[in-house]
Design a protein around this ligand. Structure first.
Ligand code: 13P
Length: 254
């Protein structure tokens, strides 16, 4: 991390937790950590628990995120949820382009771009996920793939919008596998993303843009990851589901 950027620890609960489980977790974690003045803790529960979690987020530093949205404000899109609806529920962030959505639900760089723009237009911050699959890494294509995903998702945005946006680098081979990228591997790609931000926008975006790492982040590897200069936070699946492990992540040591 770099002290000029506020660290962000985000929990992506994916399709886990009922409303009662979510509320119980939120109450416990806030009690355990107390106020978080120097970092942001973002919780992304399933849609069904957004309202209840939002209503119970009272501790300083905690905020609410959704895991996905549609790009239109409203319309005949059965089963979809619009950015305006999420903002109305108190969301500050929306995750877009998670690899599970790209792989299982047909999302493309173009739909991710539309969603990111729509989230910004609704006054929230998109967390844009990018990352290569194992085969691409083994073929030496990581930079090419990640660079293309970043460019695709951010094209058409103003520098001001790009500065606000958060990018999450999640190598697909590290998600849910217990196989984390080493801190050095993650840092290398984060530095590339930062350079891409400079090339697409300007030095200000390069300096201010926050880039998270995701993929098997656990209590035993977070400190090393957060020690890297271009890693500004983490996006966590499995280890965000238990209060004990998530508390340790929030209380990372840098
Ligand atoms: P895991 O932390 O379970 O590997 O999941 C990472 C992720 O997909 C966060 O969005």
């Amino acid at each position: 991390m770099n002290p000029s950027r506020k660290p962000l620890i985000a929990a992506n609960w994916k399709m886990y937790k009922t409303v009662a489980e979510a509320v119980s977790f939120i109450k416990s974690i806030q009690e355990e950590t107390g106020p978080c003045a120097d970092l942001e803790v973002v919780i992304a529960p399933p849609f069904t628990a957004l309202k209840a979690v939002g209503d119970n987020l009272t501790q300083q530093g905690f905020s609410l995120a959704a895991q996905n949205c549609h790009w239109e404000e409203k319309g005949a899109f059965t089963g979809e949820v619009s950015p305006i609806m999420l903002s109305d529920l108190g969301c500050n962030y929306v995750i877009v382009g998670h690899s599970e959505r790209r792989q299982l639900f047909g999302e493309t760089d173009e739909t991710v771009r539309r969603k990111a723009a729509a989230v910004l237009a609704a006054g929230m911050v998109p967390v844009v996920c990018v990352g290569e699959v194992l085969e691409q890494r083994e073929q030496g294509k990581t930079f090419e793939v990640v660079g293309r995903q970043v460019e695709g998702a951010l094209s058409g945005l103003s520098a001001r919008q790009a500065e606000l946006l958060v990018i999450a680098y999640e190598p697909v081979w590290a998600i849910g596998t217990g196989r984390t990228a080493t801190a050095a591997q993650a840092q290398e790609v984060h530095a590339l993303i930062r350079k891409t931000l400079a090339a697409l926008f300007n030095k200000e975006v390069e300096k201010k843009g926050r880039i998270l790492y995701g993929g098997s982040v656990k209590p035993d590897n977070i400190d090393l990851l957060m020690a890297e200069p271009d890693i500004d936070g983490v996006l966590v699946g499995g280890a965000s589901l238990e209060v004990g492990s998530f508390k340790r992540l929030v209380q990372f040591k840098s």
